[in-house]
Design a protein around this ligand. Sequence first.
Ligand code: SF4
Length: 467
Amino acid sequence: MRTLTETSFIPRDELYNRLEDAQKLYTKDKLQDILHEALKLKGLSLDKVALLLQAETEEDIRLILSTAHQVKEAIYGKRMVLFAPLYIGNYCSNNCLYCAFRKDNTALGRAKLTYEEIEEETKMLLRQGHKRILMLTGEDERTPLDYFLEAIRRVYATRDERGSSIRRINVEIAPLDIDGFRRLKAEKIGTYACFQETYDEILYKKYHPSGPKSDYLWRLFVMDRAMEGGIDDVGIGVLFGLADYRFEVLSLLVHAYHLERKFGCGPHTVSVPRIEPAEGAPLSTHIPYPVSDRDFKKIVAIIRLALPYTGIILSTRESETLRQELFHYGVSQISAGSRTNPGAYSHPEEKTGSQFSLGDHRSLDEVISALIDDGFIPSFCTGCYRKGRVGQDFMDLAKPGLIQKFCMPNGLFSFREYLEDYASPQTREKGLRLIQLLVSEIEDKNLKTRTEKGLYEVAQGKRDVYY
Ligand code: SF4
């Protein structure tokens, strides 16, 4: 358990004051200077981010979005990483007022999947073409860590009819102690994700009235314990709508800088969910601090500028149109073809309760088809994780921009694999055309040869090609 000496590293009042000061100091010239600095791809200080967050006119926001677009293109190029969530249980002993899984929502259909059902769900995801999943469950003694660890083993061991398997399991479960994280690490997970929901300690207590999650500090220090337990890649996040978004963005950065200072490596990913309607969750229909689409775009863009090398994850909570737009401003990973109720991939007709309602109902193939139309490379790549380019090593490679040399070809190989094995004929045809175009644009001769060789191997039937 946490020690009594732990105190929050989020200076709540100071951050609110900083935002007030920034509002007084805001000028167009300052905005332009900050955006100019952001193009150096070195991130931004808290004060500068506090200033950016004050932008309100359409023109100023447009400037932020277009700078974020440039930063995103420079670091990530055209890749968009795809994954699907896999909910294995929806029992929960917490009472988060915005979530359908909350304990007091007695009307919700509850489920805990058996290991056989988990294998069945995995096969359904593999048959869609997925290679990366995010595994989740509520916090409850009916779904303890031992159960979760065995579920991870079962998912990794499952094969579809083509012999394909899930290559990276990211995990989003309730905070563990250091020993728990060591056990999670031993199962070869990818990223461990856990969101603070809101960094405002006073509001946090209001929204989390009971259960283990009501302990703000236990959650706030979760990534410290995860990293001490050996987890290389961690994912942090905010549930936008619970507090002033400006405060949440600043706090998120304080969290990232805290990890960077202490462990030499910041978060691998940041998630940006917004509250969505959820059955039996009172806050989800009376959102305390609603975030408009316009502000949401600004948030994504500012995070991209402040943490240029950190992945930004967007879920299917958002609508198809908004998602397509956000891809340009900083989002680098998306879920697709998602279901948020346990067992829903294999038994869509059975009604176990889902965590929240989805805004994007398209299948994986439809999402990929739309990405291709926009010139993005849908990627299932897990190369860095399996080559050990994780944590600090990943950041060392990413920062000088070298990662593109691995990510672009690896992304193309995984995309080609999808097109060969799982795509609809229309998606396959336009996907192959896009690959041809992108390869023709590679200027570096060695990179081009290496890429052509890998793509040829995939076309010849070799699978899981990566550098
Ligand atoms: S947000 Fe998580 S902890 Fe809270 S009720 Fe939902 S599943 Fe449980």
